[in-house]
Ligand binder design. Structure first.
Ligand SMILES: CCCO[C@@H]1O[C@H](CO)[C@@H](O[C@@H]2O[C@H](CO)[C@H](O)[C@H](OCc3cn(Cc4ccccc4)nn3)[C@H]2O)[C@H](O)[C@H]1NC(C)=O
Length: 133
């Protein structure tokens, strides 16, 4: 499943990765992954409209050396087909934060990462812009 992949990043605590794009009108799901590389993720942020047996469920997880951690299924699902959204991903030593216009999600920094070197956006999401600030 191709998508946008950015490597060789050096995003530090408190800095923000802005991902702007559109959720496809027939989206089954999409994912935004940040971490060291594809096998070591601080956060796999995975809104599921209808996939893996989940309907309208936001699944977050980490991945360490290729092994998924324990899933964290969030109560809210502030996503709709066709939505144009901008999310701001940041982190500190304790947690990652994903800020959306009307929602904010936290996920523990389980791996204690001190920088984000890798970003990937996968699935039914059309990336318009990526900004680092
Ligand atoms: C009930 C016993 C089995 O549990 C299921 O186990 C599955 C396999 O581990 C879990 O699904 C996996 O959950 C992971 C997060 O914990 C990831 O989401 C795994 O997907 C990785 C992935 C991304 N992509 C690219 C992509 C992303 C978004 C849309 C389209 C393609 N392709 N595969 C996804 O396959 C799935 O979330 C889990 N369900 C439950 C309820 O626990």
């Amino acid at each position: 499943m191709e998508g946008v992949v950015v490597t060789q990043l050096d995003v530090e605590p408190g800095e923000c990765i802005k991902v702007k794009g559109k959720i496809q009108s027939d989206a089954k799901g999409f994912a935004v992954n940040v971490g060291k590389n594809s096998n070591t993720l601080m956060l796999h942020f995975n809104p599921r409209f209808d996939c893996h047996g989940d309907v309208n469920t936001l699944v977050c997880n980490s991945k360490e050396d290729g092994m998924w951690g324990e899933e964290d299924r969030k109560a809210d699902f502030p996503f709709q087909h066709g939505d144009k959204i901008e999310m701001c991903i940041s982190f500190d030593e304790t947690e990652a934060t994903v800020k959306l216009p009307e929602a904010e999600f936290k996920f523990p920094n389980r791996l204690g990462m001190d920088k984000i070197e890798y970003l990937a956006v996968e699935g039914d999401f059309k990336v318009k812009a990526i900004k680092f600030s």
